[in-house]
Design a protein around this ligand. Structure first.
Ligand SMILES: [Zn+2]
Length: 433
């Protein structure tokens, strides 16, 4: 369902006129209110008046995650704290967290975009949404929550964790939409199975999954296991939170970016050059309606490409392809670039393999080694050792063939790999220690 026909199906020309007007207003605001941006503009001899077209945006330097950290905690806010009604922060696994703020109007905009997202993913007023994203400083839980209420659906704010209770709620309350990270979803499926509950007997129709990169094969696995249609949602706290882009359930082929609020670009992460549609690179966003925490040309570190082709759902907003990885997650193994999601894609193409894996990188002397731990069906361990060895060899061969990197594959028993209740830990890189 398209919630906002006016904006979401607007002819491109009309949309671009609105985007330009909103961009100019944002540039004026950041220049006047955020010393970091004023200094950047001055250093590059740019004034807000130089931004006359969308093309002119390219003159402005990028904003990086380090810039947000340097201005920790509130230095990038464009409004006085009197006007800030909510604060969120990223997990900060590497250094200080990045802190973001919202005015009352920002919260309303976010709720509207999340309502539009949920509708694109198949939700309606009549649905019950089981929201297993974490509530707290992480934007996932509250982002979905406010959107669900705005849509008029019934939301169960179950958050992450306490998985057995989640299964009981699923059985008793009959939710029809599941929102969670893909890895936690698979864990919930395991817990349900152990409790003798089949997802095929539950009422779920759609699942809206995100907050970590996942592959097309993982989608099929989830759809079969849960008997639902699964769509991909995208967002990050620095830009807003979830609801920056979402797949329509009609096409399930790329995520529509809400261009009436965000301007996307794809750049070469090495040179910063803007790449044409279709080419893969780092995704960059400029927000054009946010009041408290606007960002100009923010480098997301997410790797994807943009697709301007019209979509069967009727939306005119551009689509970004599924995020294939993050520049931070990219492993360089003996000079070859490898994303965990590419390995996942190879693994999920093999029947005997379960959707739980971990990559371990070591350095022996000067040589990097990659070990892929992957769970397989229990019955294989009762077969002859040769069966396991053959499967290990097959997986290793496929990885070499698709990614050009040699990997040692180690098959492990079900549940041998630790489960996450939020974002999965896919990589253990011992080279950094
Ligand atoms: Zn569509």
């Amino acid at each position: 369902m398209i919630l906002d026909i006016g904006f979401e199906t607007m002819p491109r020309e009309d949309l671009e006129a609105i985007v330009l007007r909103r961009l100019k207003a944002t540039i004026d605001r950041v220049y006047a209110n955020i010393p970091f941006y004023r200094k950047k503009f001055e250093e590059n001899h740019i004034t807000p008046n130089d931004i006359k077209s969308l093309e002119d945006l390219k003159q402005i330097p990028f904003t990086a995650k380090e810039d947000l950290r340097d201005n920790y905690p509130f230095g990038m806010f464009a409004v006085p704290m009197d006007n800030v009604v909510r604060i969120h922060a990223s997990s900060g696994t590497t250094g200080k967290p990045t802190v973001v703020g919202y005015t009352a109007r920002d919260i309303n905009t976010w709720a509207e975009l999340m309502a539009r997202s949920l509708a694109a993913g198949g939700a309606t007023r009549g649905d019950i949404i089981h929201n297993a994203y974490g509530y707290g400083l992480f934007t996932g839980g509250l982002g979905i929550h406010y959107g669900a209420e705005k849509l008029g659906a019934s939301v169960i704010p179950v958050s992450g964790g306490n998985s057995k209770r989640q299964v009981v709620i699923m059985k008793d309350f009959g939710p029809t939409i599941l929102t969670a990270t893909p890895s936690y979803t698979l864990y919930l499926a395991e817990v349900a199975e152990k409790m003798g509950v089949s997802f095929h007997d539950l009422k779920f129709k759609f699942g809206i999954f995100g907050a970590e990169p996942w592959s097309e094969n993982m989608r099929q696995e989830i759809e079969q296991k849960l008997n639902i249609t699964a769509v991909d949602i995208y967002g990050l706290s620095e830009v807003m939170g979830p609801g920056v882009a979402i797949e329509c359930h009609e096409a399930k082929k790329g995520l529509h970016i809400f261009e009436d609020h965000f301007i996307p670009e794809i750049i070469d992460p090495g040179t910063g050059e803007v790449l044409p549609y279709g080419e893969t690179g780092e995704l960059v966003f400029t927000t054009i309606t946010k009041e408290a925490f606007p960002v100009i040309r923010y480098r997301t570190r997410d790797i994807t490409s943009l697709n301007p082709e019209p979509c069967i759902c009727g939306r005119t907003h551009i689509r970004m392809n599924r995020v294939s990885g993050r520049t931070d997650d990219m492993l360089i193994i003996r000079g070859v670039n490898v994303f965990p999601s590419q390995i996942e894609s190879v693994l999920m193409g093999i029947d005997e393999v379960e959707p739980h894996y971990q990559l371990v990188v070591d350095r022996k002397g000067k040589l990097d080694t990659l070990t892929v731990l992957v769970e397989v069906e229990e019955r294989l361990f009762s077969d002859e050792v040769k069966v396991l060895q053959n499967l290990e060899r097959k997986i290793s061969k496929n990885i070499k063939e698709y990614l050009g990197v040699s990997a040692k594959v180690k098959l492990v028993e079900p549940k041998a790999i630790a489960r996450s209740q939020g974002k999965a830990v896919r990589v253990i890189d011992n080279r950094k220690i």
